[in-house]
Design a protein around this ligand. Structure first.
Ligand code: NAI
Ligand code: MG
Length: 332
């Protein structure tokens, strides 16, 4: 048994994690969950957004599955997601976006994986505000080492999965310093992978290309803010945030998470779609080298998604969260 930290999260988090737990149990996955929560729920009960017991569990297990977390609005509350990424140097945010049979979208041939730098850039936390002059500075700091790590992660992934092309996305025409550093590192590392086509696009053009001809992209690598925006754009091409997986990966730890939020509007109703979290859990199984289990669950999920009536309301079906999970289990 491999022990994994499970962070149920807030809102619909516990409902979708229960669905994933049921599917894992039915598939006899050799994973033992160690449940430790974070976010609004723990803030209300123990006064901490990220309890020390969770940090200890993460340090011990090094792998986690995480539900969505509500970020309380107000001064002093830093996003739990951003804090976890920076605390454990989870520098790669990996977001696959692939067309699914049964999910109605404008395109039928999208298959890309986005690597977003997860700890630097505009999200470095270097923020200053001059009250007197009313001037705000948000520093988008990049480091050579940080660029090297994310670019290498993208090329290593492309190499391992026989992807033809890696596209770097930047704004080097305007951002002379950051753009030159990121693109320079990309071109240097690309030379080590001569069998993979290295391409680069300026962010604004990239947005247009993605909504016109998304099938031209394979692996995409970019800095934090561009990646945040592009990853949701890519999710929109394949059915939205309810169906795409995400992973935050560092050298020492990996946290797999649904990329949607805690959906307070439907929380507690038992109707949330567990697909995004289940797909993140399948990525986690690959990370744990449990390939057979991953493939079996994925096949059952895809077969269920192919019949929208067996899915939750957001996908046009009539099932609630647990009925959807049972439909997947029946196909294992
Ligand atoms: P949201 O993703 O929670 O909801 C947006 C819309 O999508 C809502 O109508 C919701 O019902 C629907 N939706 C989301 N996930 C769904 C699912 N699995 N099945 C069916 N419908 C689903 O985004 P929103 O409302 O902007 O944020 C709510 C809270 O979540 C905020 O506190 C925000 O900070 C937090 N959040 C947390 C994230 C994380 O932990 N990774 C990511 C995004 C937001
Ligand atoms: Mg985002």
């Amino acid at each position: 048994m491999r022990q994994v930290t499970l962070i149920p999260g807030d809102g619909i988090g516990p409902e979708i994690t229960n669905a994933v737990k049921a599917i894992f149990e039915a598939a006899n996955v050799p994973v033992a969950w160690e449940e430790e929560n974070a976010g609004q729920t723990t803030f209300d009960t123990v006064g901490e957004l990220i309890p020390a017991t969770l940090i200890a569990s993460l340090n011990k297990n090094r792998v986690a599955l995480k539900g969505p977390i509500t970020t309380p609005v107000g001064k002093g509350f830093k996003s739990v997601n951003v804090q976890l990424r920076q605390m454990f140097d989870l520098y790669s945010n990996v977001r696959p976006a692939k067309t699914t049979k049964g999910i109605n979208t404008r395109f039928d041939n999208v298959n890309s994986v986005l690597f977003r730098e997860n700890t630097e850039g505009l999200y470095s936390g270097l923020e200053m505000f001059d009250e007197r002059l009313q001037i705000s500075d948000s520093v988008a700091r990049l480091t050579r080492v940080g660029c090297q790590k994310i670019v290498r992660a993208a090329f290593e992934y492309a190499n391992k999965h026989q992807c033809k092309k890696v596209t770097a996305v930047h704004k080097a025409n305007i951002l002379k310093s950051a753009g030159a550093l990121f693109l320079g590192v990309f071109n240097e590392i690309a030379k080590e992978y001569p069998h993979i086509q290295a391409d680069d696009k300026i962010i604004d053009n990239m947005c247009m290309q993605l909504v016109i001809k998304p099938e031209q992209f394979d692996v995409i690598v970019t800095t934090n803010l561009f990646g945040d925006i592009l990853s949701d754009l890519c999710a929109g091409l394949v059915g939205g945030l309810g169906v795409v997986a995400g992973a935050n990966i560092g050298d020492e730890m990996a946290i797999f998470e649904a990329v949607h939020g805690s959906a307070p509007d439907i929380a507690g109703k038992g109707i949330a779609n567990p697909t995004a979290l289940l797909r993140s859990a399948i990525m986690m199984l690959h990370h744990l080298d449990l390939k057979d289990e991953a493939n079996r669950i994925e096949a059952a999920l895809e077969a269920t998604l192919a019949n929208p009536e067996e899915c939750t309301g957001d996908l046009g079906g009539k099932a609630n969260t647990m009925e959807f999970a049972k439909n997947i289990i029946s196909k294992l």
